[in-house]
Write a protein that binds this ligand. Structure first.
Ligand code: HDL
Ligand code: ZN
Length: 451
């Protein structure tokens, strides 16, 4: 129904429009399409609380910039000692102005805790007192997150034990089958797959491809992932003539087709630019959006989600999405997850794509980060969207509250649900056969996943 400014339901008054948009964006439930959170059933892998919040790798690197403590000294501290140092350095001795430090302030404030405390005793007592199940409910409610999409690594033996036990995982937490090690570290994955009883060899063959697809098929059956995902380096090329190209063409993309799974590509990371910083040591680089375009063109029946790490790639990504309707841009990833850049990216997406994109994901690693990452992003998304509605009003078309709700719902959940064909239901059944006893290997030292 086209609303002229004077018609019933129309919102011709800019101040009222701003209030309505802010309220709808703030309260509309969101599906968080990319996080590193794990459901409570994953035990100690499910991170929450003040010490975990303060030892988030974003804050660790910021601490090194304002402290005499060097990385090697820091890594020898326990988590509480690390958190105390971060709090003193970034929140007491300096003003918490960065996005990651302000985020902790937002979380403490939302939970009714002292944002200027001299130490962490009050916060630690609060989190110790929390019942995790009730705490998860509280955090999801405060952040209006209806569903959390996890990042799940089939080669992580600690995580595998939970999947093998067929734990009754919180239905609000959904899996992503993360392909990084398979796609980016093939030579080291081959011996792991062989130990698990798969007939694979490094040089790659039809038999090897079939065996790796069989391996993925078992994990897809166990995890019921909403999608597959892989991060790709800034120098990613497609086509190429390397192991990554072979795995993508012979394993990943056929698996996406066979299982009807969307594939999320996260492009532009430069892993380990400073190895001394460990998981905090990755950097960003401008990538070739043409590689994504060529993949979308060659696989028109595969649905791609894509996010790039370089600000310089964002406009090209919007243009690529205009050319390929099997491409869904999502999020303001990692170093882009800052109000000034979220604002720029969201505005250019609205101008080029209307509401046919997914504006944000949290990338949260610690449960309570959902509170700040979504509060901060919703503020900017609301401002950007309202600016578009205001322009439309000046062009002679008012919008209604219903249209605002439709638009915001599409961006915060509808586009993703359409892309993945609806959220899967994971029925709790008996133990899986992911790794039978005869194939189970002595505890593998877990390669620390750098993602
Ligand atoms: O590869 C990824 O999924 C990245 O999001 C990394 O996990 C990164 O370390 C991160 O946490 N970004 O927010
Ligand atoms: Zn991530």
């Amino acid at each position: 129904m086209i609303e002229k400014p004077g018609e019933p339901g129309a919102l011709p008054d800019v101040a009222q429009l701003k209030r309505e948009v802010a309220e709808v964006v703030k309260t509309t439930p969101v599906i968080d399409v990319h996080t590193h959170l794990l459901a409570p059933q994953f035990g100690e892998m499910s991170l929450f609380g003040i010490d975990e919040l303060l030892t988030y790798h974003y804050l660790i690197v910021e601490t090194f910039r304002s402290s005499e403590v060097k990385p090697e000294q820091f890594w020898h501290m326990n988590t509480a000692e690390q958190a105390d140092l971060v709090w003193k350095t970034l929140f007491i001795e300096n003003t918490p102005l960065s996005e990651a430090t302000r985020g902790v302030v937002t979380v403490l404030n939302a939970l009714g805790l002292d944002t200027g405390a001299a130490d962490l005793s009050e916060a630690r007592a609060y989190f110790r007192s929390r019942n995790l199940a009730k705490h998860v409910d509280l955090v999801l409610d405060l952040s209006s997150v209806s569903d959390v999409v996890m990042t799940n690594d089939p080669f992580n033996t600690q995580e595998a034990r939970v999947w093998e036990a067929r734990a009754d995982i919180d239905k609000r937490f959904h899996a992503t089958l993360r392909m990084d090690r398979l796609v980016n570290d093939w030579e080291h994955v081959v011996p792991r797959l062989s130990q698990l009883g798969y007939q694979v060899e490094t040089r790659g063959s039809a038999k090897t491809a079939a065996e790796v697809r069989r391996f993925l098929g078992k994990w897809i059956e166990a995890m019921k992932p909403v999608c597959m995902a892989v991060s790709l380096p800034a120098e990613f090329k497609f086509p190429d003539n390397d192991a990554r190209d072979w795995i993508l063409r012979e394993v990943t993309l056929p698996t996406a087709r066979e299982h009807g799974l969307a594939l999320a590509l996260m492009v532009g990371v430069r892993r380990g630019v400073n190895a001394a910083l460990r998981v905090a040591g990755d950097g960003a680089g401008s990538a070739d959006v043409g590689a994504l375009e060529r993949m979308c063109a060659e696989y028109p029946d595969v649905r791609f989600l894509a996010t790039f790490l370089s600000r310089e790639n964002q406009h090209e990504l919007c243009i690529a999405a205009r050319k390929f309707s099997n491409l869904m841009p999502f999020g303001c990833w990692w170093f882009l997850n800052n109000p000034s850049i979220i604002s720029e990216i969201t505005r250019e997406r609205l101008e080029l794509l209307g509401t046919s994109f997914i504006p944000q994901h949290s990338d949260a690693r610690i449960l309570e980060q959902l509170i700040y990452k979504w509060q901060h992003s919703r503020d900017v998304i609301a401002e950007s969207l309202c600016e578009s509605y205001e322009r439309l009003l000046h062009s002679g078309r008012a919008v209604t509250r219903q249209e605002i709700e439709r638009d915001v719902t599409r961006m915060l959940s509808g586009n993703f649900l359409d892309w993945i064909g609806g959220l899967p239901t994971r029925l709790v059944t008996g133990p899986s056969e992911l790794t039978t006893e005869k194939m189970r290997q002595p505890e593998e030292p877990d390669v620390v996943t750098t993602y």
